[in-house]
Design a protein. Structure first.
Length: 253
């Protein structure tokens, strides 16, 4: 039963991460998920302390970090990725003080061995929400990236959409912690997007490909875990990288 729940959770989280990753790659922000993934670590420490699900603890702390980053961006005009690095460094320092030593490895590389039906349902709902919201803001965020002046002239509230965008990243990162841990969340969003870019002729194929390869990588990785017993987090990244390498062979000029 647990492996079925893990497969369902993994496919939906992977699909949402891959889809959002195509937007992050377009904004040259795919690696931002890495620092935000590390920012989940103090949230995981909080979850262990309170005895709650690690995704919930991670979400609380990542959302707090996102709010700080968003407010600092408005206040300082510094690049979002630079502010993310500052907040993430503080988060890691705090986490390493409080995560129990025997919980460190699961926090870093993920653990799908204990998944409840309720957590799976919540994960599926949140993943679908991220995909839906990302689809709604996709064109607006892309236009703002091309020209903030043109976006503003069309009535697009760039600050509002950047906040929604960051909120989607926070949800995906928090959900991804359960599957690949706090260390490898950047790969969860970046690699499927890169694979899709190699094979796509237009923006529709690109975004859809990110969704498909993200979900497929998690499916293969979790099945590999069931067969071999090797950590699903590692196998998800290996399978995602394998698809990327294959895409290089068929890359469109």
């Amino acid at each position: 039963m647990e492996i079925i729940l893990a497969l369902i959770m993994g496919v939906f989280v992977g699909a949402a991460a891959g889809y959002l990753g195509t937007l992050m790659l377009s904004k040259r922000m795919a690696l931002v998920a890495g620092p935000l993934g590390h920012l989940t670590l103090p949230g995981i420490a909080l979850a262990f302390f309170l005895g709650i699900d690690i995704s919930l603890g991670a979400f609380v702390v990542v959302i707090s970090g996102i709010l700080i980053i968003w407010l600092l961006e408005i206040r300082t005009k510094l690049p979002m990725e630079a502010l993310t690095a500052i907040v993430f460094a503080l988060g890691v320092a705090i986490a390493l003080l409080f995560i129990p030593e025997d919980k460190t490895i699961p926090a870093l590389i993920g653990d799908i061995s204990q998944i409840s039906v309720m957590v799976t349902i919540l994960t599926v709902v949140l993943s679908l929400l991220v995909i839906f919201v990302t689809q709604k803001i996709y064109k607006k965020i892309t236009l703002a990236e091309i020209s903030s002046d043109i976006a503003a002239s069309r009535g697009i509230n760039i600050k509002k959409y950047n906040f929604i965008y960051l909120l989607c990243i926070a949800i995906v990162v928090s959900l991804g912690v359960k599957i690949v841990g706090g260390l490898m969340t950047a790969a969860l969003v970046a690699i499927p997007a890169c694979t899709s870019r190699n094979l796509s002729k237009n923006i529709f194929q690109y975004s859809l490909g990110g969704l498909v390869f993200g979900g497929l990588s998690c499916l293969v990785g979790i099945l590999g875990f069931k067969i071999s017993g090797i950590s699903a987090g590692f196998l998800i990244i290996f399978s995602s990288t394998f698809f990327f390498l294959i895409s290089l062979i068929f890359k469109r000029k």
